[in-house]
Design a protein around this ligand. Structure first.
Ligand SMILES: Cc1ncc(COP(=O)(O)O)c(C=O)c1O
Ligand SMILES: N[C@@H](CCSC[C@H](N)C(=O)O)C(=O)O
Length: 458
C-alpha cells in the first residue's frame, strides 16, 4: 500500500531523491502517497540534486586523483621554522579527512562538518561542553549507548538528565528551565520508531529563556532522508558506521553545525582529545557515501514491502512508511523517506527469540544501515545496557524484534522471514495462507486503536 514501492514488483524507475523530492515514492496501489516531503534547503554551494551531490566532488588533490588518496602520514613537513603549511599533524588535520568533512558539510546542509572515530565519539565530543549542574532533556526511547553515556555523565559529572516522551513537545516544555543547556533528540527513535517533532521542539527551546542547544541524532535517517539543521537543530550528529558507510566495515561518527563558534568548540575537543577519524576510515567513509542514494532507495523499498507483509499477516509493525504509524504525517513533514529499520512484536519474548534464531538470510547482529539485512532483539542486544527495570518503565517491549533491511532480493528476504515465522510457531497456517498467532494479533489491535487516537482531533 504505502509510500515507497515494493521493489520485487519492479519499481526501479523511481528517481532517487533530490532537493525537496520524496525518495522512491511510486504509489503501487494508486493511493496513500505521503504528505509533502520534508524540504531540503541547499547550502554550501550545492548545485545538484542530493543523489548527484553525494557522488560529485571537486578534487583538491595535486594530481587530480578522482578518488581522494589516503594520506597515511602522521606528520607533514613545514615550509619554514614557524609553520607555514596547511597541515602539521594528523590529529589536528589531514587532507583525506578534510576532503571528507567538506563533502559532509555539503550533504548535511551545514556550514561545517567534522568526522570522528564513532557515533558515540561524536556524542562524547558534544557532551564535553556540559558543566556540572547543567540539565539535559532527552527522550525515553533512545539508543542504548546514548542512554549509557548520559547515565555516566549524570553519575560522574553532575549533569542532570531528564528522560521524557519527546514525541509530545509539551513534555519537553514541562522540564525546560534556565538550567537546560542541551536538548538531545532522536527520530525515528531506536527501536520503538517514535517520531519527534524537531521543528516544534527547536522553536520552543530557542524561544525560551534557556540557553540550550538542540542536538539531533540523525543516524536512523542519514542526510539522504533528513537535514535536521534545516529544522532549527544547532548540532546534528550521526553514526557513520550505519547508512553513511553502508557496509559495516568501519566505525565512524560525524558532526555538523552552522554556527562557527560551535564548530570551533567541537574542533578544539577533537584536536585536544585525538578522536578524529583516521585517514583510512575517512577514505572508506567517503567511498560509502557515494552509494548512499542508491542503497537507501533499495533498502527502504525492501523495508516497505517487508513492513506491509508483516502487517498484512496480523503483526503489530512500527515503521513510518505504514499509514498505520500514529505519527505518519509528522514523519513525512520532516523526512524524505521512511528509512530501513522497522520493529514488530509477537507478544512473547521466547517466541521472538525463536524467530530470530530461525532466520538464515537475516544475520543476527546489532547495527543497521548496512547492505546486509539484520535481525535482532534490542532488549538483549543493542539496548541491553539499559537495565530491565528502566526498560519496563519506558515501555520497551521485551519481545520486540528489530529488522534492519538491506539490499538483497526482497522475495528472498520475505521467504526467509516467512519460514522463520512458521518454524518458530509465530503463525498459524490455514488454507488461505498464514496469520499471526493470537498474542501477536492482540498487539496489532491495540496499535490500530493507538493510531485512531492519534488521528482524532484533540
Ligand atoms: C541511533 C544511534 N546513535 C548513535 C549510535 C552510536 O554509533 P557508533 O556505534 O558508531 O558509536 C548508534 C549505534 O551504535 C545508534 O543506533
Ligand atoms: N555492544 C554494543 C552494542 C552496539 S549496538 C549498535 C547499534 N547502535 C544498534 O542499535 O544496533 C554496545 O554496548 O554499545
Amino acid at each position: 500500500m504505502s509510500t515507497p514501492p515494493g521493489p520485487s514488483k519492479g519499481s526501479s524507475s523511481s528517481k532517487p531523491n533530490g532537493v525537496g523530492k520524496a525518495i522512491a515514492h511510486i504509489d503501487l496501489d494508486g493511493h496513500n502517497l505521503p504528505p509533502s516531503p520534508a524540504p531540503s534547503s541547499p547550502r554550501n554551494g550545492r548545485k545538484y540534486a542530493l543523489a548527484t551531490e553525494l557522488v560529485y566532488t571537486e578534487s583538491k588533490d595535486q594530481y587530480g586523483a578522482s578518488s581522494m588518496p589516503i594520506y597515511q602520514s602522521a606528520t607533514f613537513k613545514q615550509t619554514s621554522a614557524n609553520g607555514g603549511s596547511e597541515y602539521d599533524y594528523t590529529r589536528s588535520g589531514n587532507p583525506t579527512r578534510t576532503h571528507l568533512e567538506r563533502h559532509l558539510a555539503k550533504i548535511m546542509n551545514a556550514n561545517r562538518a567534522l568526522a570522528v572515530g564513532s557515533g558515540m565519539g561524536a556524542l562524547d565530543v558534544i557532551t564535553r561542553i556540559l558543566r556540572p549542574g547543567d540539565e539535559v532533556i532527552t527522550g525515553d526511547d533512545l539508543y542504548g549507548g546514548t542512554n549509557r553515556l548520559l547515565a555516566y555523565m549524570a553519575k560522574n559529572h553532575g549533569i542532570i538528565v531528564h528522560h521524557v516522551d519527546t514525541t509530545t513537545p509539551e513534555r519537553v516544555r514541562g522540564v525546560l528551565s534556565p538550567k537546560t543547556t542541551m536538548v538531545l533528540l532522536e527520530t525515528p527513535t531506536n527501536p520503538l520508531i517514535k517520531i519527534v517533532d524537531i521543528p516544534t521542539i527547536s522553536k520552543l527551546v530557542h524561544d525560551s529563556n534557556a540557553q540550550a542547544l538542540v542536538v539531533v541524532d540523525n543516524t536512523m535517517l542519514s542526510p539522504m532522508l533528513s537535514n535536521p539543521l534545516d529544522f532549527g537543530a544547532d548540532i546534528v550528529y550521526e553514526s557513520g558506521t550505519k547508512y553513511l558507510s553502508g557496509h559495516h566495515d568501519i566505525m565512524a561518527g560525524v558532526l555538523a553545525f552552522n554556527d562557527p563558534a560551535i564548530g570551533d568548540k567541537m574542533f578544539f575537543t577533537i584536536n585536544s582529545t585525538g578522536c578524529g577519524i583516521t585517514p583510512n576510515d575517512a577514505f572508506l567513509l567517503m567511498r560509502g557515501i557515494k552509494t548512499l542514494a542508491i542503497r537507501m532507495e533499495k533498502q527502504q523499498a525492501n523495508a516497505q514491502a517487508i513492513a506491509e507483509f508483516l502487517e498484512s499477516h496480523g503483526f503489530r509493525v512500527r515503521y513510518p512508511g505504514l499509514k498505520s504509524h500514529p505519527q505518519y504525517d509528522l514523519h513525512w513533514s520532516i523526512s524524505r523517506g521512511a528509512g530501513a529499520v522497522l520493529s514488530f512484536e509477537t507478544g512473547d519474548a521466547h517466541l521472538s527469540e525463536r524467530i530470530v534464531e530461525a532466520a538464515r538470510l537475516w544475520g543476527i547482529s546489532v547495527s543497521f544501515g548496512c547492505v546486509n539485512s539484520l535481525i535482532s532483539m534490542p532488549c538483549q542486544m543493542s539496548h541491553a545496557s539499559i537495565d530491565p527495570k528502566t526498560r519496563k518503565e519506558r515501555q520497551m517491549p521485551e519481545d520486540i524484534i528489530r529488522l534492519c533491511v538491506g539490499i538483497e532480493d526482497v522475495d528472498d528476504l520475505i521467504d526467509d522471514l516467512s519460514r522463520a515465522l512458521v518454524q518458530a510457531g509465530a503463525v498459524t497456517v490455514t488454507l488461505d495462507g498464514f496469520h499471526a498467532i493470537e498474542s501477536a494479533r492482540a498487539l496489532a489491535k491495540v496499535s490500530i486503536e493507538d493510531s485512531d487516537a492519534a488521528a482524532a482531533p484533540s
